[in-house]
Design a protein around this ligand. Structure first.
Ligand code: NAD
Length: 283
């Protein structure tokens, strides 16, 4: 039996229309994206985020800074945006040029305006089990699992990849949903042994077809976060042959990708609610 596809597009569209309603209710939500330099992949991401933000009714500002921008200049700009009453949410597109210390920049965004949820305070709140702003891709993964009523309580979940942007936050969210989580990474010995034990597999690696069908347990749920550009087009981390083994699986493209943007917009609404005092930011 072939797995049911967990498509991201319909759910993402629903979320985006709910976000548009919220923007209408609040009247104005100011989102600024900051792109330093002209990395072509980053430009594509920024364009997609702006299109979605504008469609949802945000006041979206596309701030472009030259590749030679110094760390001091970027930090000064962020300090200004942190103070601005027009701006609810700030997104600094990564990666940044080599002369700029990324960790310093991530710490310089006001935590309650940190729409990506990368600030150590937001990462820490998630770690402590009281999430405030959580990065969009992991939230998208969880929303897809919830939409398909995947039972996580007591389930065995294997997350492959331990990045601060995807793998680790997904691990925390699954654990907080009462799954028993194993986090695998590039030094894991015998990955198949781990994955064959999993009711739920989340692959966030960046290696095409790393998860082969024989690594998936019969009727498992598979979420493929990977986005790998190959000669054959955009492919995930999971071999599509796994569709014959899994019960539910996300497609690539059209699975987690659309969810990321929708959840990012949801995060911006959350930032706006913090700034208006509708929600109390922790601390
Ligand atoms: P990353 O490079 O920061 O992390 C990759 C992780 O994979 C590392 O923790 C590493 O230990 C692990 N890894 C590498 N080789 C491995 C192996 N052979 N076996 C097991 N683990 C291995 O990447 P990231 O930012 O977490 O992104 C992961 C993938 O998800 C990429 O393909 C990226 O493009 C994609 N991504 C998609 C979205 C989306 O919206 N769909 C968002 C973010 C990232």
């Amino acid at each position: 039996m072939t797995a049911t596809l967990m498509k991201g597009k319909p759910l993402a569209e629903r979320i985006r229309s709910e976000v548009a309603d919220e923007v209408g209710r609040m009247g104005h939500i100011g989102l600024v994206t900051v792109l330093v330099g002209d990395d072509p992949a980053s430009e594509v991401y920024i364009r997609l985020k702006h299109k979605a933000a504008t469609e949802a009714g945000f006041d979206a500002t596309d701030l472009r800074l030259p590749a030679a921008t110094t760390e001091e200049e970027l930090l000064a700009k962020l300090a200004e945006l942190n103070e601005s009453p027009e701006i609810d949410a700030i997104l600094v597109q990564l990666p940044l040029p080599g002369q700029i210390d990324e960790a310093k920049v991530i710490r310089a965004v006001a935590p309650a305006k940190d729409v990506d949820g990368f600030h150590p305070l937001n990462a820490g709140e998630l770690y402590l089990g009281r999430p405030a702003i959580v990065s969009a891709t992991p939230r998208g993964v969880m929303a897809l699992l919830a939409e398909h009523k995947v039972e996580l309580d007591g389930a065995r979940a294997v997350v492959i990849g331990r990045s601060a942007i995807v793998g680790k936050p997904v691990m925390h969210l699954l654990q907080q949903a009462n799954a028993t989580v194993t986090l695998c990474h590039s030094h894991t010995k015998d990955l198949q042994r781990q994955t064959l034990d999993a009711d739920v597999i989340v692959a966030a690696v960046g290696v095409p077809a790393l998860v082969s069908p024989d690594m998936v347990r019969e009727r498992a749920v598979v979420v493929d976060v990977g986005m790998n550009r190959t000669d054959a087009g955009l492919v995930g981390d999971v071999d599509p042959g796994a569709l014959e083994v899994a019960s539910l699986m996300t497609p690539v493209p059209g699975g987690v990708g659309p969810m990321t943007i929708a959840c990012l917009l949801e995060n911006a609404v959350r930032c706006a609610r913090y700034r208006r005092g509708e929600l109390a930011y922790p601390g």
